[in-house]
Design a protein around this ligand. Structure first.
Ligand SMILES: NC(=O)c1ccc[n+]([C@@H]2O[C@H](COP(=O)([O-])OP(=O)(O)OC[C@H]3O[C@@H](n4cnc5c(N)ncnc54)[C@H](O)[C@@H]3O)[C@@H](O)[C@H]2O)c1
Length: 386
């Protein structure tokens, strides 16, 4: 299959592009390299020494019979160039990772808020528009987030996969609607707007769309990125882009206390990066039919309370734990049970935290700990403007 991976230079996009290439697909990566520019802006770096995109692709193309190509483009700003790209490459599927994905960065100041909205909403809408205008039969697989549901779910039932049944009015008429959106940051808000655009374009233009509500991704390497050191994946550890588990792992490696925001009663959903790439392959192989509503999967394999996660890492590494003021506006504690049966039924065998944690500590964080910029460990973005 011919597949465009939008955002294919990023943390999830790069290993996904390699995995899909390894499965025999013809891959074109489209990325504007904005994530690398934001590293410079924030004075941070990937803990792992990632190569530039040209070297990455040259290295892969030397070892793989399936070649990957790259096109540099800002898809939020250049609609007509994007449309031409669709016309010439004629993808049968696209995977859409090309959004500003840090919640803290999206809350930093008025310009990062506006940038996140402009970039994410336009990137998604331009892809939808281009598929409609080129009349291609192209399946969109989009990376959404578990955060669209919010973290206020206290019910005994697990969070369903995208849709909920409700009883309306005095006649108690049964309807199935999109799960109410409850974003916790400007970034999450853009993902809830994505959902509305997907619903509209499925209804109006019969596009085929799969939206993957992904949990927090942890880990670094996949089977493909391990094949050559020049293929290594990025690992973000800073207060803005570092996801919580990767931040804890890096902190343990440098003997820094694990920084829990608030009391650590927040429960979040997680997935290992090697399961992310497998889920995307499964989604590509199981597209919805034309005329269907967006197909939604919960792409998460485990839920953990953040204080329990810190204790688990502390037990394995002897790291200390420290509690810092929570920069976010969120409930101090929540329960979270997630239905992920669609992926399990389609064959996903999740890699658990217990299995993978020490591998990550030994092979990544201890190995590259000298690259840490200590100044970027603490959070600097705050949710409430004072
Ligand atoms: N990392 C996680 O824990 C996580 C969890 C849930 C969902 N997601 C979603 O998965 C997707 C990928 O996340 P990631 O961690 O790989 O992020 P990332 O920032 O590492 O990668 C995103 C890539 O998209 C590119 N990009 C951004 N805007 C673009 C534009 N306008 N035009 C072209 N390229 C553009 C960036 O340069 C970057 O390479 C995001 O949409 C994110 O919301 C990630």
């Amino acid at each position: 299959m011919k597949i465009i991976v939008f955002g294919g230079d990023g943390f999830c996009g790069w290993p996904t592009a390699l995995h899909l290439s390894n499965k025999g697909h013809k891959i074109l990566i489209v990325d504007n390299l904005s994530r690398r520019k934001i590293d410079i802006e924030l004075g941070t770096n990937s803990l792992t020494p990632i190569e530039d995109i040209e070297t990455r692709i040259k290295t892969w193309n030397k070892i793989s019979k399936n070649k990957i190509s790259f096109y540099k483009l800002d898809i939020a700003k250049n609609y007509f160039e994007l449309k031409e790209l669709f016309k010439s490459f004629k993808p049968e599927a696209v995977v859409h990772f090309a959004e500003q994905r840090s919640a803290p960065y999206s809350m930093k100041n008025s310009s990062t808020k506006s940038y996140t909205v402009d970039n994410n909403v336009n990137a998604t809408h331009n892809i939808l528009n281009a598929i409609v205008e080129t009349r291609l039969d192209c399946h969109i697989v989009h990376l959404g987030t578990m955060g669209v549901y919010g973290y206020g779910w206290t019910g005994k039932n697990p969070i369903p996969e995208g849709y909920v049944k409700v009883l309306v009015g005095t006649t108690r008429e049964e309807k199935e609607i999109l799960h109410p959106a409850n974003p916790g940051s400007v970034y999450h808000m853009t993902k809830t707007l994505d959902q509305l655009m997907f619903g509209f374009y499925c209804k109006n233009d019969s596009l085929r769309i799969t939206d993957l509500h992904q949990g927090i991704v942890w880990g670094t390497q996949t089977d493909e990125t391990k094949l050559d050191k020049k293929l290594i994946n990025r690992f973000d550890y800073d207060g803005d882009y570092g996801t919580v588990l990767n931040r804890f792992l890096m902190q343990a490696a440098i003997n820094h206390p694990l920084t829990i925001y608030g009391k650590g009663g927040q429960t979040r959903a997680f997935i290992n990066i090697s399961d992310t790439v497998k889920c995307i392959n499964i989604a590509i192989n199981n597209p919805p039919k034309k005329g269907d509503r967006p197909s939604i999967f919960n792409q998460a394999t485990e839920t953990r309370k953040l204080s329990d996660l810190a204790k688990l890492i502390s037990k394995k590494t002897s790291a200390k734990i420290s509690y810092v003021e929570n920069p976010r506006k969120e409930d101090p504690r929540n329960d979270l049970v997630v239905d992920n049966s669609k992926f399990l039924k389609l064959g996903l065998k999740p890699k658990t935290l217990n299995e993978g944690l020490m591998d990550e500590v030994q092979n990544i964080t201890l190995k590259y700990k000298d690259r840490v910029n200590l100044k970027t460990i603490y959070p600097t973005s705050k949710w409430v403007v004072k």
